[in-house]
Design a protein around this ligand. Structure first.
Ligand code: DGL
Length: 270
């Protein structure tokens, strides 16, 4: 048993897709969320910059005495060196492993699509795992640099014409390749799930990294004896830019759960 909070971070709002699942699956856990809204997006940046930002994000969460860190970010998970993660004083998980495994169970025709930020697609992280897990898999990948800014600016309502136009463009190769499983390889993309599903059709399984990673994290906490012993936990949110934009979109997204207080911090000091 461990009543310390779980630390979750992302470059911005995307990690809330993980927080929402954690709140459902583990209502007794306290959560500290950090969204690096002052430096979002991470995806078009170089590897060294992403690693430097990640180190600061982790240092901030460690300063809050978290018991576990979840990088609810496909870009960080694809870039932060695993050997460095192993040296951290608390367990760390990214989203790539659980997401690739979920795609393995979902696909019937072994045609899998991967959407992600430019850094994630460049890293080949999903591809490497999928090739290990699914013999003969055909992978169609697509970098979608415009989608994170779209979500951060609140273009997430179903049928939004700007979002639909971009998604139709990005998803055309997936439709052509007849994928039956599509990895939403960035935690921002599930905020656009309704529109993605409308374009891809009901027979394509959409894999939500925040959701499947929250499930994996629950199992890991239980195996490690780290589950909290209380019925109702709290969530606290931190951002690195003015909280106003975050609050309005977070409320829109988190829906029934309206989150907790949002504070601004100076992440470059960590
Ligand atoms: N949610 C992040 C991810 O999963 C977005 C990265 C970005 O800021 O570009 O990749």
């Amino acid at each position: 048993m461990d009543n310390r909070p779980i630390g979750v971070f992302d470059s911005g709002l995307g990690g809330l897709t993980g927080v929402r699942e954690l709140r459902k699956l583990l209502p007794g856990e306290d959560i500290i969320y950090f969204g690096d809204t002052g430096r979002v997006p991470y995806g078009p940046r170089g590897k060294d910059t992403i690693i430097q930002y990640t180190r600061q994000d982790i240092a901030f969460l460690l300063s809050k005495n978290v018991k576990y860190i979840m990088a609810a970010c496909g870009t960080v998970s694809s870039t932060y060196p695993p050997q460095e993660a192993k040296q951290l004083p608390v367990p760390f998980c990214g989203v790539v492993g659980a997401t690739a495994r979920a795609a393995t169970y979902a696909t019937q025709n072994r045609r899998v699509g991967v959407m992600g930020t430019p850094a994630t697609i460049r890293s080949g992280s999903y591809e490497v795992l999928l090739r290990q897990l699914i013999p003969g898999v055909e992978i169609t990948k697509q970098a979608c640099p415009m989608l994170v800014p779209l979500v951060e600016n609140g273009y997430i309502q179903d049928g939004n014409p700007v979002a639909m136009l971009l998604l139709e463009e990005y998803l055309a190769p997936m439709q052509k390749a007849q994928v039956d499983t599509l990895i939403l390889g960035c935690t921002h993309y599930p905020l656009l799930k309704g529109m993605i599903s409308k374009i891809m059709g009901p027979n394509v399984s959409l894999i939500d990294p925040g959701k499947v990673t929250a499930e994996a994290l629950k199992r890991d906490l239980s195996e490690k004896g780290l589950l909290a012993k209380r019925t109702q936990g709290q969530a606290q949110y931190y951002v690195s830019d003015d909280p106003d934009g975050f609050i309005s979109v977070a409320d829109l997204f988190l829906g029934e759960y309206r989150g907790g207080p949002v504070k601004q911090i100076a992440i470059e000091k960590y």
